[in-house]
Design a protein around this ligand. Structure first.
Ligand SMILES: Cc1cc2nc3c(=O)[nH]c(=O)nc-3n(C[C@H](O)[C@H](O)[C@H](O)COP(=O)(O)OP(=O)(O)OC[C@H]3O[C@@H](n4cnc5c(N)ncnc54)[C@H](O)[C@@H]3O)c2cc1C
Length: 353
């Protein structure tokens, strides 16, 4: 049976899910195609959102625009999908050296100050954390429980008959001047949201991805103690409480080995860093790896294919899919429907040559 929709979306990671929900919200029709077997970044991400880049202690790119947008988007989606997945959290940062603390206090008086608590806490969080130099706190941070979000989104799409679970077969695309079809579904456009797998898409091989693999651990504290659910610790690694006395720990950054396989190297790097933060013993429950769709110039890849405008891409969310995707999905939907220009920094037209 032939079916006609406005958009076929390939990929139901954070990017594809958020774009599909955004287009539906604007009254458009979509079909989402996803290969559930793949081990993806969205499934293993901690889902943290943090307006501060710790390395240089600067504001994260567009934080002032992205945060207000996502603070409306995710709660609205929690209502629509009937699930809880968006949590505000205190990101606590134990200082590693004295200069770090001096810089922090200086920065509280600058533009980034609204995201930095100026109080320095002493104490060791009920005997859990090494904290000789004090801890401070990032304000307006939190996390998306990506598994709960992706699962509830998939259920919602399935109920509405808008979801196909299969590996997308690029050889089944056929194009006319103004439309495109995939098998028996025709659409105005196909929007590719395949994360790092876009590097295997014959239409997108020219995009300058510079992929980054990441590994995470799930641990249990074996001492009789707990880090409260609303707190994330961050010192070289993040430690995120995920409930049931479990914590997600990560992440590594690797640019050479881009397989989805876990490694001993990744595991020992994380254990080593954990032992410098935690005073208490822990048990490793799980170990995962995924590949981030990072880009040469660290900006998303959004827009139309230069030769086939029936094909589009919404990708390149890099290390910050949770913050970037809602704002840019809205911008992209407006671009597709009303030709409102895309931000030049994210438009793939910057690579057309
Ligand atoms: C270890 C780690 C930790 C991270 N932590 C954070 C964090 O704390 N905060 C944050 O914001 N970001 C984090 N990220 C980054 C975040 O995960 C990414 O920005 C985001 O997941 C990218 O989403 P995506 O949908 O573009 O890609 P993906 O998650 O890769 O999803 C792509 C989807 O497309 C599907 N697909 C691909 N090819 C095909 C095909 N041919 N046919 C059908 N389906 C296909 C896949 O099955 C998948 O569902 C982390 C990433 C890693 C690896």
């Amino acid at each position: 049976m032939n079916k006609k929709v406005d958009y076929i979306i390939v990929g139901q990671g954070i990017a594809g899910s958020i774009l599909a929900l955004t287009l539906l919200k604007k009254g458009k029709s979509v079909i989402v195609i996803d290969d559930a077997k793949l081990n993806t970044a969205s499934k293993i991400a901690a889902g943290l959102y943090n307006p501060v880049v710790f390395k240089r202690l600067v504001k994260s790119w567009l934080a002032d625009n992205l945060l207000p947008y996502m603070n409306e988007f995710y709660p609205e989606m929690e209502k629509l999908l009937g699930a809880e997945f968006y949590f505000s959290k205190r990101i606590l940062k134990p200082f590693a050296e004295e200069q770090e603390k001096v810089l922090w206090l200086k920065k509280t008086e600058e533009g980034i100050g609204k995201y930095l608590n100026e109080t320095i806490y002493t104490g060791d969080l009920n005997g859990i954390v090494f904290n000789p130099l004090g801890i401070s706190e990032v304000l307006h941070a939190g996390n998306l429980d990506t598994i709960s979000f992706l699962n509830s989104c998939k259920e919602y799409l399935k109920k509405k008959n808008l979801f196909i679970e299969e590996q997308f077969d690029y050889s089944q695309i056929s194009m006319t001047k103004n439309s495109v079809s995939y098998k028996d579904i025709s659409a105005d456009k196909i929007i590719f949201c395949e994360g790092y797998k876009a590097t295997e898409n014959p239409f997108l091989k020219w995009l300058p991805f510079k992929l980054t693999k990441g590994e995470t651990l799930t641990i249990k504290l074996t001492h009789d103690c707990a880090i409260p659910f609303r707190i994330v610790l961050n010192k070289a690694v993040f430690i995120l409480p995920i409930g049931n006395d479990l914590y997600k720990v990560g992440a590594t950054y690797e640019w050479e080995d881009l397989s989805e396989k876990i490694t001993e190297k990744g595991k020992s790097e994380l254990i080593d860093k954990l032992q410098k933060v935690l005073k208490v013993p822990f048990e490793i429950i799980n170990h995962q790896a995924g590949v981030r769709p990072t880009v040469n110039d660290r900006r998303p890849l959004i827009g139309l294919h230069p030769e086939h405008p029936q094909l589009a891409v919404f990708n390149g969310m890099g290390t910050k899919g949770v913050m970037l995707a809602p704002f840019f999905a809205n911008q992209f939907a407006n671009f597709l429907e009303t030709a409102t220009p895309l931000d030049k920094e994210v438009d793939i037209a910057r690579f057309y040559s």
